[in-house]
Design a binder for this molecule. Sequence first.
Ligand SMILES: *Cc1c(COP(=O)(O)O)cnc(C)c1O
Length: 495
Amino acid sequence: MNIMYKSTRGQADAVPSSQAILKGLAEDGGLYVPEQIPELDVTLAQLKDMSYQETAYEVMKLFLTDFTDEELKSCIRRAYDEKFDTQEIAPLREADGVWYLELFHGATIAFKDMALSILPHLLTTSAKKNKVENEIVILTATSGDTGKAALAGFADVPGTRIIVFYPKDGVSPIQEKQMVTQKGKNTYVAGIRGNFDDAQSGVKKMFGDRKLADEMNRAGFQFSSANSINIGRLVPQVVYYVYAYARLCAKGALQDGEMMNVVVPTGNFGNILAAYYAKQMGIPIAKLICASNDNKVLYDFFATGEYNRNRPFILTSSPSMDILVSSNLERLIYRIAGEDAAADRAMMQSLAADGRYEITAEMKECLADFAGGYASEEEVAAEIRRLYEKTGYVLDTHTAVASCVYRKYRQEQSDERVTVIASTASPYKFTRSVMNAIDEKYDGMSDFAMVDELSRISGTAVPRAIEEIRTAPVLHDAVVEKDGMKEFVKKILSI
Ligand SMILES: *Cc1c(COP(=O)(O)O)cnc(C)c1O
C-alpha cells in the first residue's frame, strides 16, 4: 500500500513521505498527515522475538512507503547503534507497580534522540531520492531537548546546516551547556530573549516566508524542520510503543492481546500522538493519559473542549513541557473533525487571531481514548522524593509529572490496568531540580558536584553525555531578540 501525506489545512498537494520529510511543514501552513494509518502486518508472536531495529523496520516501512527496503534498513542501522548505551535501545523498568519505558539512552539523554538519531538519515536519503541539490538548512526551535538532539544528529552531516533557537532563560543549566558546547562546522545556536512559543512562532514565520525561500533558493539553500511537526520525527516515535507492548507480552507482564494504558508527559503533543497512531495500527492501548505541568492548556482542553492559550507562561522544573501552543494537536484536531480541512483551518485561524478555539460536542466524543491530568511543582518534587525513598529509582522532572498524574488518575478511576509511563529524560539532565526534590541539603552544591552525588545515591553511572560537557568549551554565545531571528539566519547564510 502506498501512503501519501496530505496537509491538515487542505490547500497543498498530497506528497509521498520523502517529500513530506523534506518540506517539514506543508506550503499552506498545515501539518502533513498520512492519508490513512496503516495496520501492522506482523503478528504479536513475531514482534515478541524482534529487536528494536527489526520492530522499527516493521513499523516504519508501512508509513514511509516510497523508501526502498535497503534505504530504510540502512537508515535504521545507522541510527540505532552504539550511540545508545544499551542494546535494548528503549528498556522497560518496573518501579512501584508501573512500567517506565526509558527513552533516554541515546546520545543526548532525552527521548528526542529516539527520532533525531534517524531523522538526518531519512532526510539526506529523501534529498537524494528527490534529486535536491540545495544545501538543507535545518531550522529548529527548542524548549531544551530537541535542540541538542538535532545538533548531535546533524553535526557534520554533508549537505546540511543546522540552526537552533532556544529561550535564553527557559532551559536547564545542563541543557544550555549541552547546546552551547556543540561541535561541528555546520552547527549554529542562539538564545532568544523570549519563551519557547516565541521561538517556535519565529521559526514557523520563516518557514512561511516566500520571499526568504526565493532568496535562499537563489543562494542554493532550502529549509527543513527537525521539530516534531516533521513526520520524519513522528513516525520513528510510533516504534517504541509497539516495541514496549511486545516486550511486556514477552516478559509475561501482559497477556497477548490484553490492553495497556500509556502515560505521556506532554508539551508539543508529538510523543502522545505517536502513541495514538500505535493504537490505530492495532496495538491494544486503552487510555492515553496526557500529563501536563503548570502550563496545563491541554488538561483544560480535554476537560472542556476549549483550547485557550491566553494565560501566563509559567517557567517550571520541566522546561521541555513549558509550551502553550502544542503544534501536533492540530493533527488530532484534523482527525476528530472527520478530516475536514476547512474546519481545521477555521480553528487554527481562531488560535492565531484570538489565541483560542473550541471543538464541537461531536469532536469531543472522539476524545474518549484520552484522559488529561496535571501536576504542580510541589507535586512533581514530592513524586521524585516518594519514588526514590520507596524504590531507589530516580525520575527526571518530566517523567515525574507523568508519574504523579498517573497516581492521581489510578486512584480516581480505580483503573488497575498494566500501565507504561514514557520516561522522557535522564535525571542527569535536570540534576539540580531532581536533587533539590530529594533533599534540600544539596542546594548549595555546584552542578557537577550534584551530578556525582546523583550517581552515588542512585547507583547509576554518569552518562557519557554529561561527562562530555564537564570541561567542554563554549562555542556558541549568540543571543538575539525574538524579532531578530531572521537576520541571524540571513547572516549565517550570507544572503
Ligand atoms: C520534548 C519533551 C517532552 C514533550 O514531548 P512532546 O512530544 O513535545 O509532547 C517531554 N519530556 C521531555 C524530557 C522532552 O524533551
